[in-house]
Structure formats: C-alpha cells, structure tokens
Design a binder for this molecule. Structure first.
Ligand SMILES: C[S@@+](CC[C@H](N)C(=O)[O-])C[C@H]1O[C@@H](n2cnc3c(N)ncnc32)[C@H](O)[C@@H]1O
Length: 303
C-alpha cells in the first residue's frame, strides 16, 4: 500500500524522494497547527503555550512526527487530537513537560520545614506525633524532591524519636513517574545530597556501578502516583499537612494558578503549609493562604 501510513512507518530499503526529505525532519510547525496543539496542551495540563514556544514545541515533537512516519505536524495534530490512542496523548504530554529538578533543590525550604513547620504542626494537629505527618510533593518530576523530603524527615526523626510520616509524590508525566519509581540516579545527580545522608540512604547498584539507588527504607516512605493538578477532584485518601508544589506554577496561566491553588487548599488540613518555587508567588490571587516566609504559605484556619 504505497503512501499509506503503515507503509510510511515500515523500514527496509534506502529512503529516496519524499522519504529522504522526511529524514531531514518534518516541515515547520505552522501557526495554525501550533495553535491547535497549544490549545489542547493548555486545556489538558495547564501548561502555557505562548507563540514564543512554537520552536520549542516543533523541536520536541518533530522526532515523534518522524517516528510515526507522518508527513508533518498537520497529520500529527489530526492523529493526536483525533482518534489517537490515549497513550499517544501521554507521550505528547511527556514531551512538553519540563522535568528539571534536583535533590535538595532550594535547601532553605527543608531547613524551614524541620525548624519551624514540624513543631507548629505537631503542636496544632499532633501531625507527626499523635498521627503520621502527611507530606505531598505535587509535581514531583523524577522523584528527587519526595526522596529529599524522606531523607530530611528521617534525619529529623533521628533527633525527635517518634516522628512518623508518609510522603506522596505525584506528577502528570508518565515518563518522569517511571524514573521516580525506579529511584535510580547518576553520581552527578546525587551530588547535592549531603555526604552523611548519601552514606545512609543511597546505594551503589551492583548491576551498574555508575548508578546510585535510593535505599529501600526511603523508597518505602514514598508513594509515587499519577495526578493531573488540573483534575477537578484529586481523590486523595486523606488531607495533607504540607504540600510542596514547587516550580510547577511557573508554567501555568494566572487563572489556572488560582484554580489549582484553591484545589490544593482543599487538599490541605487546616493550618497546613504550602511551599512554592523561588520564582512563584500567590500575590494578587484570591486564595486562603497567609505568607509565613518568602514562597511559604499557611492555610488559614477558617478556610
Ligand atoms: C520543573 S518540574 C519541578 C519538579 C520539582 N517540584 C522541583 O521543584 O524540583 C515541573 C513538574 O510539573 C509537572 N507538571 C506540569 N503540569 C502538571 C500538571 N497539570 N499536573 C501535574 N504535574 C504537572 C511536570 O511534569 C514536571 O515534572
């Protein structure tokens, strides 16, 4: 069936004519197709797609267009926005999310958590003492943030025996979540982990000495699940005491930020704490949080 999609996908033989030009990459992403894809991505994940992102989207999705053997972005749009199987949408979302993260990123947050937030929550709600403290890393990417939280809280538990806690890490990106569950990192990735904690909580892989794995004790404290922050209902089993939602809001429109913040507020227990990334703020938004430190907020008791 020459010219059919199946034919274009098939290998074998030397590419010639149109096939050869496909190897050079699909034709540019037109403003119309960009607008179609951008609207879909914004609606599905909240990620802003201003015109300045056209080149980025073109380069991130161009390889996928080639892999599928499609003639161009127009066909890709029809495919992904039309009758494509759900996993193609998942794949596209994986391509458009920015998963940059680090162990011990913005370390002052972890210091503040142990020094000020744990005692405040223990005093107010018995969180961590009378019942386990519940911490949520929302937009956890490849897992460095929830595993950092687990290490920091394990260290705190060494000082204050009896501290009990559980951590939930969620993200939209399937690919990022797979890596978070694997909990395997390179030597360079674990460099920000302080030496004492590296010794206690990270193990060199027997299979591959270049790979370092988070130890079982830490992994077992962290549940990794998929969750889209745009979902109207997060269906969490229990309310959280602390939410880290850092470096996620920067990708959202103001109206999406407001909507998601109200849902996060509903997911927090009264007096719970919210940590945002260094470039994020709730200023100007109608949300029931009081600032307690730069980028750290507390849910109002009467919320
Ligand atoms: C830059 S990473 C931040 C990771 C980590 N919180 C940190 O600060 O290091 C942003 C993460 O937000 C996730 N994300 C973007 N939109 C999302 C949505 N609608 N729901 C859930 N996660 C989302 C992305 O997949 C990505 O892994």
């Amino acid at each position: 069936m020459p010219g059919s999609r199946a034919d274009r996908r098939g290998g074998g033989g030397l590419p010639a004519g149109p096939a050869a030009s496909r190897l050079a990459g699909p034709p540019p992403l037109s403003p119309r197709d960009f607008a179609r894809l951008g609207a879909f991505i914004e609606g599905r994940c909240g990620i802003r797609m201003p015109p300045s992102k056209r080149t980025l989207l073109e380069s991130r999705l161009g390889r996928r267009v080639r892999e599928l053997g499609l003639a161009g972005f127009g066909e890709y749009c029809d495919h992904v926005l039309g009758d494509a199987p759900g996993d193609e949408v998942v794949r596209m979302v994986d391509h458009v999310t920015t998963n940059k993260t680090d162990f011990f990123r913005e370390p002052h947050h972890f210091e503040l958590l142990v020094r000020d937030v744990l005692p405040a929550l223990a005093a107010a709600a018995g969180a961590g003492t009378r019942r386990p403290l519940r911490v949520w890393s929302a937009g956890c990417s490849t897992g460095e943030e929830p595993y950092t939280l687990a290490m920091v809280l394990l260290e705190a538990a060494r000082q204050a025996t009896g501290l009990r806690f559980g951590i939930l890490g969620t993200d939209l990106s399937t690919r990022a979540l797979e890596r978070a569950r694997r909990a395997e990192y390179t030597e360079a990735q674990v460099r920000p982990v302080p030496l004492a904690q590296r010794r206690r909580y990270l193990l060199r892989s027997i299979r591959d000495p270049q790979v370092v794995r988070v130890c079982r004790e830490v992994r077992e404290l962290v549940a990794i699940e998929q969750l889209n922050l745009l979902d109207p209902d997060y269906r969490l089993r229990e309310r959280m005491d602390v939410i880290f939602c850092r470096n996620v809001f920067i990708y959202f429109e103001r109206s999406v930020q407001q909507r998601v913040l109200l849902r996060l507020a509903r997911a927090l227990s009264p007096g719970g704490f919210l940590f945002l990334g260094h470039a994020e703020s709730i200023a100007g938004l109608e949300v029931p949080f009081d600032p307690v430190a730069p980028t750290v907020y507390r849910l109002r008791e009467d919320a």
